[in-house]
Design a protein around this ligand. Structure first.
Ligand code: BEZ
Length: 238
C-alpha cells in the first residue's frame, strides 16, 4: 500500500534549527543570509507574486511598520519567485501610485529577494504544490540573533497576514528569552506570564506552598506579573 504521506525530497527547516544559509540578489543588493543578520532578529517572509493585490496590501502594511520592528531589533526580508526588475517596478508602483487605508508614498526599504530559480523557496518549503507549484505561499520564518529558527507560520495565497500578530510574536519570543517565562494565549506586554512547569513533585509542592508573587491554578499552571514597562524597556531599543 502507498504511504499516505510522501517523504519530501529536502529536509524542511524546523523550529530550533539553524536557518539554512544562502547568498542572493535583492532590491537592496546582495545578502548573505543569515550570516549578515547575526545579532538581530529577522523575519524572512515569502509572498506569491509581485503586482497582486493581497501582496500589495501586505507590503504596504509591513513597510509602514518597519521602524516599529527595528525598535525591537528585528529586520525584515521578503522573497518571491519573481525577478529583480519586476520587484523594482512593483515597489516603485506602490510608492508612486497606491494609496490604501491611509497609507501612501510607502517606500519598501527592506530587501526583497529575487528567487527565479526557486532555490531558496524550495529549501524553505515555501512552494506547496497543493496550493501552487509556481508561486510561494505566504510563509513566515522568525529567526533569532544566533540564526536559529524560532517560529514558522504558513498562510495560503488568499489570506493576508496579520502583522500585529507578527510583532506580538517578536515581543513574546524576546520576553520568553529575557525572563525565562512562557507567554499564554493572546499574551500582550503587560499581561501575566507563565512560570515554567516544575520538574518534580518536590518542586511542585514548594511552588504551591510558596506562591509569593505567583498565581497558581494548579501545580502545572502558575503565572506571575510582568509589567508592560519592564517588558518594553527590555525589548525595545531606546
Ligand atoms: C494576491 O496577492 O492578491 C494573490 C496572489 C496570488 C494568488 C492569489 C492572490
Amino acid at each position: 500500500m502507498e504511504p499516505s504521506i510522501q517523504p519530501s525530497a529536502v529536509m524542511l527547516p524546523r523550529i530550533g534549527e539553524k536557518a539554512p544559509a544562502f547568498k542572493v540578489v535583492t532590491t537592496q543588493g546582495e545578502i548573505d543570509f543569515p550570516k549578515q543578520y547575526e545579532g538581530s532578529w529577522v523575519i524572512l517572509f515569502s509572498h506569491p507574486a509581485d503586482f497582486t493585490p493581497v501582496c500589495t496590501s501586505e507590503f504596504m502594511t509591513f513597510a509602514s511598520m518597519e521602524d516599529q520592528f527595528a525598535k525591537a531589533n528585528c529586520k525584515l526580508v521578503g522573497l518571491s519567485v519573481d525577478g529583480l526588475y519586476s520587484h523594482i517596478a512593483w515597489l516603485r508602483t506602490i510608492k508612486e501610485k497606491i494609496e490604501y487605508k491611509g497609507m501612501k508614498n510607502v517606500e519598501v526599504k527592506f530587501p526583497l529577494i529575487e528567487d527565479i530559480t526557486m532555490e531558496v523557496a524550495k529549501r524553505y518549503g515555501m512552494i506547496q504544490p497543493g496550493e501552487s507549484s509556481t508561486k510561494a505561499v505566504r510563509a513566515v520564518f522568525v529567526i533569532d540573533p544566533k540564526g536559529v529558527i524560532r517560529t514558522i507560520i504558513y498562510y495560503p495565497l488568499s489570506l493576508g497576514r496579520n502583522f500585529d500578530e507578527l510583532y506580538r510574536v517578536i515581543l513574546a519570543l524576546q520576553t520568553a528569552d529575557a525572563f525565562s517565562v512562557a507567554t499564554p494565549a493572546d499574551w500582550r506586554p503587560g499581561d501575566d506570564v507563565i512560570v515554567p512547569t516544575a520538574g518534580s513533585c518536590g518542586v511542585a509542592k514548594e511552588r504551591m506552598d510558596n506562591k509569593k508573587d505567583m498565581t497558581c491554578y494548579d501545580w502545572f499552571f502558575c503565572t506571575k506579573k510582568l509589567p508592560k514597562e519592564t517588558v518594553l524597556s527590555t525589548v525595545l531599543k531606546k
